[in-house]
Design a protein around this ligand. Structure first.
Ligand code: MRU
Length: 352
């Protein structure tokens, strides 16, 4: 199949700057912002200008490049010490998506293993590795799309959650990569997307990118998902992931667990699409995943709530854990695997 081209760029590196599409403004405004400083990228990760696990990882890689540009100009000879400090700051921007730590540590490993090289040589290693992470992610999405599309039949209805699309990666997306590959490969499919309160990634981002690509997408409120499944319109569910623990338990956008439970009730297969960089051998089970809690304002800063704001508590968990028992398969860049196969198929490094 020819390469799938989408009509926007999520992130783009040009020598001294990272350009990000501003995901806070979509779909009403399509704005691009240039970043010249790693601290500003940390803010962009925190405030969701860039979001989605693989996109956060790729942006973090370029944040390391910008940190390196800054520290290479300093007269202090502690370039590596300053870089390690920046690496830790970048990693702490958001806790749940493991791709962030994965990308930063991959770059750190590449540079710190060349302790005797000059600063300019070290800088080149960092930039090459950041570009490699971005390019590799495109390829990982393509492979996930190819493997996952085989699970979808002509005429199927596919439900997804949040945004695991091109906006969330450097490529065509993970869950949406599967959907794009099936649809552009000639299958007539209907796509369903829940709103994904409170940030509405499903409503604002997934429906926007699918419609911009000319696909058939239906929006529903999150609390309509049980009703949709009961209607028989959904044959598969495909979601992305922020971190897959070694036993297969999966952290993804809040509401994913609810969907998996309802899917189990109706016996509809529930798939997680994710690259190897989202699988974390250091996290044994879902219990060990750090879950991000975000500001109450994200839920309550709506005009109607003004009268009660300040007099109620707000629970704003950004992610939940879906236990591996509810997951029919993991669509990875190395094939579709079961939870019991993750260790051997995904966590074992490929030979060089
Ligand atoms: O808070 P977000 O928008 O960064 O959460 C994103 C998700 O939960 C995605 O489903 C996940 O990162 C996979 S993206 C390919």
């Amino acid at each position: 199949m020819t390469e799938i081209e989408l009509p926007f760029r999520t992130l783009e590196w040009k020598a001294d700057r990272l350009t990000l599409i501003d995901q806070r403004a979509l779909p009403s405004k399509v704005n691009y912002i240039d970043y010249y400083n790693y601290r500003d990228i940390i803010v962009a990760i925190k405030n969701l200008t860039v979001r989605g696990a693989p996109a956060i990882g790729a942006a973090a890689g370029f944040a390391m490049v910008l940190a390196s540009i800054e520290f290479a100009k300093e007269t202090s000879n502690d370039y590596l010490g300053m870089l390690r400090k920046a690496a830790d700051e970048i990693i702490s921007a958001r806790p749940t998506a493991v791709n962030l730590r994965w990308a930063v540590e991959r770059i750190w490993k590449a540079v710190s293993s060349h302790n005797n090289s000059s600063v300019s040589e070290k800088h080149k290693l960092i930039e090459d590795e950041a570009i490699a992470i971005e390019q590799e992610d495109k390829e990982l999405c393509r492979k996930i799309g190819e493997y996952g599309a085989k699970l979808i039949d002509d005429g199927d209805g596919v439900l997804t959650h949040c945004n695991a699309g091109a906006l969330a990666t450097a490529g065509i997306g993970t869950a949406l990569g599967v959907i794009y590959t099936a649809a552009f490969g000639g299958k007539d499919i209907k796509i369903y997307s829940g709103e994904t309160r409170p940030i509405d990634q499903g409503r604002r981002l997934t429906t926007w990118e699918l419609a911009a690509s000319g696909l058939d997408v239906t929006l529903l409120c999150d609390n309509m998902i049980g009703s949709l499944m009961r209607s028989g319109k959904v044959q598969e569910i495909v979601v992305g992931a922020d971190r897959v623990a070694a036993n297969g338990d999966t952290a993804n956008k809040i509401g994913t667990f609810n969907i998996a439970l309802i899917a189990d009730y109706f016996d509809i297969p529930f798939y997680v699409a994710a690259p190897y960089s989202t699988f974390d051998p250091e996290t044994p089970t879902g219990e060990d995943v750090p879950i991000e809690f975000r500001s109450p304002e994200e839920i309550i800063d709506i005009e109607d709530y003004a009268a009660i704001k300040g007099s109620i508590h707000v629970y704003n968990a950004a992610f939940d854990i879906t236990p591996h028992e509810l997951i029919a398969g993991y669509i990875t860049d190395r094939g579709v695997v079961k939870a019991s196969e993750i260790e051997q198929a995904v966590l074992t490094p490929l030979p060089d």
